[in-house]
Unconditional design. Structure first.
Length: 555
């Protein structure tokens, strides 16, 4: 070695140089590969406006889905629920309501004697100042009902819980918050809110959650006494059919699994709602498979379609049970087999082999079970084909029956709440679209950190909370914006679905005790919903780039 280096230093150096170059090339290519690996994303799963969705849905008749990469618009987005339809107990607490109760207090309670003493949290006047404070601060929230405040951790603190809904959400679904307030006493002995804690800070006002038991899991023997479920808790239990008499008196519509399985969510919903619509048209109970398969397009870590998902991860099963007559497939098949065996006569069933047999033709059918089998090759085996053509005049898809999972929406509320509902948001679409220069020539450049920084300057005030909803997987991509805004990304809230979260506990219970992954579809659903709650919303298409959403020359 030494010998060579002394006799031929140049050659040695050349070799060194070459090997350095080779190594650099190697490092560089690994880097490039890594960058490609982390920035590559399958078709970006982004939201379509409900109008676009409806159009896509209605235009699609026989064809397969093209616009299947978006987050669903579900019942709570589509149907504006009038306040009249809201439950009586949920009348909003408006300024007028607060003033009225204030008036009442003035007339009924004796003048304050506790001036200078510790604040009495159960004094109704404490609640009144808190209600007024909330109305002033949280303009996008409708407050529905308050609990009597309880003591906080210090003498002048009170914790109070209430239910609310967001004005941006059209459904009357209620969420809970509980916060800690510092109460001051003014010179005239009236109360004033001296400070308010953050989202879910009033832990003394939080009601104890009863321990949920494993009756929530799919399958398994039924617990005859399900645990009591509070109104703000989620009742995901699977309804039972019950006795033989009840079963044989029922009328069922059963769809076998078809080609829709493992397709995108929009395809799933379009198909599922067709089946549910037919069941309603036929006045039958729909037999539903809670098992789902998440299409690979939602960026599953495995890169493949993932089976073993549960409808209840994504949608509100409790609401569905209230809106539609359904029975879970596993339950149904068990009962069917059982009663078929024990009865002398088999349970009458009509098998329907083709979607071409219309719901109208089945209207008069008296069999206990109508079983649609979807055995034909694709695309003949899609459920939604049942609702094609003239059937559309008879069968209505019950959109109002499907809402997003409340567990996901709780995460949305939590994120928005932590920013005190006071944030702006920018939607940054990158992923595959940014890489496709043919269809989106400027998108990549227009969503570069520098371009974002410049464009946002004109639209979002400095130092606002800025939520970035994006399919850009590289967390530090937006760091440049941090010199100008308080940047929030979905991953900043990881603990909301991490292994110490309520979401984790509850979904685990649904999954027979196995942890549930917070998957790509859930991420997009939460990201999108937070985006919708922003005060100022900056969209990629229209606001950041002149490229068209669906590619060149489509707008
Ligand atoms: C759907 O298919 C039917 C026959 O299969 C055809 O008559 C109809 O025109 C098709 N509709 C569209 C929109 O292509
Ligand atoms: C606090 O106020 C409530 C309601 O006015 C009253 O019933 C209670 O006795 C008060 N408690 C104290 C310690 O003053
Ligand atoms: C709440 O605090 C007040 C004063 O700090 C005290 O008198 C009262 O007993 C407390 N109430 C409860 C339920 O702890
Ligand atoms: C679940 O229910 C069973 C009986 O149904 C009971 O023995 C068990 O303690 C319960 N578990 C929890 C965590 O409440
Ligand atoms: C949960 O919902 C089912 C109907 O699906 C109902 O039978 C049951 O009583 C509910 N449980 C509670 C505790 O409300
Ligand atoms: C629907 O079915 C239920 C029982 O399954 C029956 O009581 C009711 O009359 C039916 N309604 C119509 C409109 O057929
Ligand atoms: C990229 O965007 C910057 C502004 O951020 C602009 O100056 C530049 O011309 C753009 N480049 C291309 C190739 O469009
Ligand atoms: C939660 O996850 C962390 C790391 O992923 C692990 O260290 C911890 O033990 C887990 N906790 C529980 C309760 O599973
Ligand atoms: C989740 O469950 C674990 C164990 O059952 C419990 O210790 C933890 O407090 C629960 N977390 C939440 C947020 O409910
Ligand atoms: C985004 O573009 C739309 C349509 O041009 C416009 O109405 C909206 O005000 C823009 N948003 C912002 C924050 O500038």
């Amino acid at each position: 070695m030494k010998e060579t280096s002394s006799t031929d230093p140049i050659g040695q150096n050349v070799i060194k140089l070459i090997s350095n170059v080779c190594f650099s090339v190697f490092v560089f290519s690994v880097l490039v590969f890594t960058v490609i690996a982390i920035t590559y994303q399958p078709p970006d799963p982004w939201l379509e406006s409900s109008k676009a969705l409806t159009r896509a849905f209605t235009e699609v008749e026989n064809a397969t889905f093209k616009t299947d990469t978006s987050v669903l618009t579900t019942g709570e987005d589509l149907v504006a629920v009038s306040p009249a339809a809201a439950p009586l107990a949920a009348l909003p607490i408006t300024e007028a309501v607060v003033e009225k109760s204030e008036e009442k207090l003035k007339n009924s309670t004796p003048p304050v004697s506790s001036c200078g003493e510790a604040v009495n949290c159960s004094d109704p006047r404490v609640l009144v100042v808190i209600e007024k404070f909330n109305l002033k601060v949280f303009k996008s929230i409708v407050f529905l009902d308050y609990q009597t405040p309880v003591n906080g951790s210090k003498p002048n603190e009170c914790d109070v819980a209430w239910r609310f809904r967001n004005k941006k959400e059209k459904s009357w679904r209620k969420y809970r918050d509980f916060r800690r307030f510092r109460i001051g006493v003014k010179e005239d002995c009236s109360y004033v809110v001296a400070g308010a804690g953050r989202w879910h800070s009033g832990i003394n006002a939080r009601r104890q959650r009863p321990k949920l038991n494993s009756t929530l899991s799919t399958g398994g023997p039924k617990n005859p006494n399900p645990p009591p479920v509070r109104d703000d808790e989620i009742n995901d239990t699977i309804p039972t059919v019950g006795s033989e008499v009840a079963f044989s008196k029922g009328r069922y519509l059963y769809y076998s699994r078809g080609g829709d399985y493992c397709k995108g969510m929009n395809h799933f919903l379009w198909s599922f709602l067709c089946g549910l619509g037919e069941a309603q048209f036929l006045n039958r109970t729909f037999v539903m498979d809670l098992g789902m398969c998440l299409s690979a397009q939602y960026n599953n870590p495995s890169g493949m379609d993932e089976e073993g998902k549960d409808f209840r991860y994504y949608f509100d099963f409790e609401h569905l049970k209230e809106e539609a007559s359904i029975v879970e497939e596993g339950e149904f098949l068990r009962d069917w087999r059982k009663w078929d065996k024990t009865r002398k006569k088999k349970i009458p069933v009509r098998k329907v082999a083709s979607y071409k047999i219309t719901p109208m033709q089945l209207k008069k059918d008296k069999n206990t079970i109508i079983w649609r089998q979807f055995d034909a090759p694709e695309p003949e085996n899609y459920w939604y084909r049942v609702c094609e053509g003239p059937v559309a005049k008879y069968v209505q898809r019950p959109w109002h029956a499907v809402w997003k999972s409340k567990r996901l929406m709780n995460i949305v509320s939590e994120i928005s709440g932590r920013m005190d509902w006071d944030f702006d948001a920018v939607h940054v679409v990158r992923g595959a679209k940014a890489q496709n220069k043919e269809l989106w020539p400027h998108l990549d450049n227009d969503t570069s950190p520098a371009a974002l920084f410049e464009k946002l300057k004109g639209m979002v005030q400095p130092w606002r909370n800025l939520y970035i909803a994006t399919n850009e997987p590289f967390y530090n991509y937006f760091d440049k914006l941090r010199s100008q805004y308080k940047v929030h990304l979905l991953d900043d809230y990881k603990e909301l679905w991490g292994n110490t979260s309520e979401w984790y506990n509850e979904t685990k219970l649904l999954n027979g005790g196995k942890p549930v992954e917070f998957d790509g579809y859930m991420r997009v659903a939460v990201d999108t919903e937070v985006l919708y709650r922003a005060k100022t919303r900056v969209e990629t298409f229209y606001n950041l780039t002149k490229d068209c959403k669906d590619g060149i020359n489509t707008c």
